[in-house]
Design a protein around this ligand. Structure first.
Ligand code: ATP
Ligand code: LTN
Length: 326
């Protein structure tokens, strides 16, 4: 029996190369060895205000991104979170064993709830990580491939699984995170101390998956660099470190090969080669994304929801049984 993986992304904003290199790329690689579930987490999306028509469109667009990136619906299950009601139901049960204190410590909540004032923050934003735990635990996932920013949420999922198992008997698999060594936190091109983010108001900070060749080249050219001239992996020079990490991941070269390639070269030449390699890397994805029409995508999502539902409902039934809710 293959082990299971579960992951998801929110259908908000446009995906960037950080999402691709930190998450999607690994989703595609892992589907060879694991039984994979890839979810479009639209219930998470509404923890911040969304325009309904845009959300509906982005949900479909994100499924198209998964497919174009290489997630194969004949091997992996792709589905929309709200199509499987068990996600919301298990969230309620888990929220009854989660503690205020552990949710208050989540750094994403602190960042997204207008800096420190929880008075006006949505309750959904606060309980966001509990919904994420429900996503994962419903499928008895062994492994969860995510970027570094999700590590803390994953630890909470593990804690809730252990607590439930202790209180009600063995029910959930305790999932392990899968955080890639390189690419787990791609930084903003304009401020390498911040992660590249969909919600960055400066469009030059991120390379979006839909950017054309010219835009990619311009963004890389205007990326900030550090003082010094060496093009080497060096944590103390975060800008070059970030650009070199992108180069390494889009070319598939080893760290040593990357450094050797740029020995004695100037930043200008490095950026030129990085732009070229990034454009080449994105090209097949950008060709493929045009191939999936709405009807095909909807059909894949319907089939995906059907198979997800049968697994999720079995776990939920067990949970209700054990907690006396039946
Ligand atoms: P953003 O901050 O860009 O809105 P998010 O974490 O809210 O990102 P999702 O689309 O839900 O966005 O994330 C999908 C996946 O991409 C997650 O596994 C997340 O960890 C990963 N990810 C997000 N940003 C980066 C980044 N800069 N580098 C590497 N991985 C990232
Ligand atoms: N919070 C995640 C998205 C997400 C997720 C999940 C990832 C929701 N549920 C379950 C892995 C497993 C984010 O990246 N913003």
């Amino acid at each position: 029996m293959k082990k299971r993986i579960f992951s998801g992304a929110q259908p908000t904003g446009e995906l960037h190369i950080g999402n691709y290199l930190g998450a999607l790329k690994n989703w595609v690689a892992l589907q060879d060895d694991y039984e994979a579930f890839y979810c479009i987490v639209n219930l998470h999306a509404i923890t911040l205000p969304q325009d309904p028509a845009t959300l509906r469109q982005k949900t479909l667009d994100l499924a198209r991104v998964y497919l174009a990136a290489g997630v194969d619906p004949s091997r992996s299950t792709i589905f929309i979170q709200s199509d499987v009601a068990a996600h919301a139901e298990l969230t309620w049960v888990l929220s009854c064993i989660a503690r205020m204190g552990e949710l208050e410590r989540m750094t994403q909540f602190k960042d997204k709830s207008s800096k420190g004032s929880s008075e006006r923050a949505g309750v959904g934003l606060f309980t966001y990580p509990v919904l994420m735990a429900a996503d994962i635990l419903l499928y008895q996932a062994d492994l969860v491939p995510v970027g570094q920013d999700q590590k803390q949420h994953l630890e909470l999922s593990r804690d809730l699984a252990v607590r439930f198992n202790r209180d009600f008997g063995e029910t959930f698999k305790v999932p392990d995170p899968y955080i890639p060594k390189a690419g787990a936190s791609i930084k903003s091109l304009q401020d390498p101390t911040k992660k590249m983010s969909k919600s960055d108001e400066n469009p030059k900070a991120s390379i979006f998956l839909t950017d054309d060749a010219d835009t990619i080249a311009k963004k890389i050219k205007s990326a900030v660099t550090d003082s010094g001239t060496d093009i080497k992996f060096d944590e103390s020079r975060p800008a070059i470190n970030n650009l070199l990490t992108i180069y390494q991941l889009v070319t598939g070269k080893s760290a040593e090969e990357c450094e050797a390639n740029f020995e004695g070269k100037m930043y200008g030449q490095f950026k030129g080669e990085l732009a070229e390699a990034t454009i080449e890397f994105m090209r097949p994805f950008q060709e493929r994304i045009k191939q999936f029409d709405d009807e095909t995508v909807k059909e894949i999502l319907r089939t995906g929801a059907d198979s997800a539902r049968s697994i999720a409902n079995a776990t939920l039934r067990d949970v209700y049984q054990k907690t006396g809710i039946s």
